[in-house]
Design a protein around this ligand. Structure first.
Ligand SMILES: CC[C@H](C)[C@H](NC(=O)[C@H](C)NC(=O)[C@@H](CCSC)NC[C@@H](N)Cc1ccccc1)C(=O)O
Length: 330
């Protein structure tokens, strides 16, 4: 089997992408953030206090003839940006792009943090990290990809995220029409549960490529690209008026500045992020100061290859043994 579904940016600066999924019988449609940086599938639900729901679609297990409570099981997750959620667990039929998993663990939120309440176009997350990261206790649950694996034509899913446009996630096949040339693969270290791999180096604008191993995680659920401070300062040194603002918590620059491109390596292949992706957003709607899509990872303890980088390529997450990740030019 295979599946294919849209990845829709939730606002005009691609802060996150959501994908239509269906849960239960009859199907209830929700828009979820497919997130390779975590492994919990959780949704706004009939169990979420109404004070914490602001426009999100909810999953009501009581309205589904195929829902089953996973009794005695709970979950609680914290994300790197300080957000989080927690609740109980049902199993139910779950489909993405025509690919169905019966009795998928669907984690129903009983509490969500304010940033999730405020994000009204995001009804929850589908964790596509390794199942070892799943927070359900006493027994941890499998991700949608792990449950779907046995029925997939090929043990892969792919991400084709786009700049200010709708892209796609495919399951079980690699769509040759979505990239040119070949996919370049590199090994993935699956502990502790992220899609952890290395870049082979980088270049700022038309500068020389610096060959250096940069380990990090490819995280479709993180908006920006977070790299070591030395690389980030080298980049913004090329930007007139750029500064690392304590106030805004990162590099800002005049919106009128000319930004260089940023190139990253995967093994011998090279992928160039257009300057427009790095001119991320105005710090406020009327401001002429802009916030960068490339920021320092020094506060995170890990480098994160988020959407700003991933949308510059066609990305293959391969669940083969050993797992690997592939990048294609598009
Ligand atoms: C502070 C918590 C640390 C980061 C750690 N949690 C994690 O690593 C979790 C699984 N993953 C995440 O916090 C990040 C990766 C951080 S790098 C360690 N990925 C998922 C995140 N983008 C999901 C999200 C989507 C939209 C809005 C907000 C959040 C933990 O539980 O220990």
């Amino acid at each position: 089997d295979t599946g294919s579904a849209a990845a829709v940016p939730i606002n005009e600066v691609d802060i996150a992408y959501v994908t239509p999924v269906t849960v239960g019988t009859p199907p209830q449609t929700l828009m979820l953030d497919l997130d390779t940086g975590s492994s919990d599938l959780w949704v706004f639900s009939s169990l979420t206090p109404s004070s914490q729901v602001r426009g999100q679609e909810i999953y009501s297990p009581a309205k589904s003839s195929t829902s089953k409570l996973l009794s005695g099981h709970t979950w609680s997750i914290r994300y790197g940006d300080g957000s989080g959620s927690r609740g109980t667990v049902y199993t139910d039929n779950f489909t993405i792009g025509g690919l169905e998993v019966e009795s998928q663990a669907v984690q129903t939120a009983q509490e969500v943090s304010s940033s999730f309440t405020q994000e009204q176009s995001l009804d929850g997350l589908v964790g596509l990290g390794f199942s070892t990261l799943n927070t359900v206790r006493p027994s941890s649950q499998l991700t949608f990809f792990d449950n779907a694996r046995p029925k997939l034509d090929e043990e892969v899913f792919t991400a084709d995220l786009k700049y200010h446009a709708t892209g796609s996630y495919d399951f079980g096949f690699i769509d040759r029409a979505k990239y040119t040339g070949n996919i370049t693969y590199t090994p993935v270290q699956q502990s502790p549960g992220y899609w952890t791999h290395s870049l082979s180096g980088y270049a700022v604008g038309s500068g020389a490529f610096q060959s250096t191993q940069i380990q990090g995680i490819s995280d479709t659920g993180t908006t920006l690209l977070y790299l070591p401070t030395a690389i980030v300062t080298a980049y913004y040194r090329q930007v007139q008026g750029a500064q690392n603002s304590q106030y805004y918590g990162g590099y800002v620059f005049p919106c009128s500045s000319t930004l260089p491109t940023f190139t990253f390596g995967i093994e011998g292949a090279r992928f160039t992020i257009p300057a427009s992706y790095i001119n991320y957003t105005r710090i406020s709607p009327t401001s002429s100061t802009c916030y960068g899509g490339l920021q320092s990872s020094s506060g995170l303890g890990i480098n994160i290859f988020g959407d700003v980088a991933l949308k510059a390529a066609f990305v293959v997450f391969s669940g083969t043994n050993p797992p690997r990740i592939g990048f294609g030019t598009k």
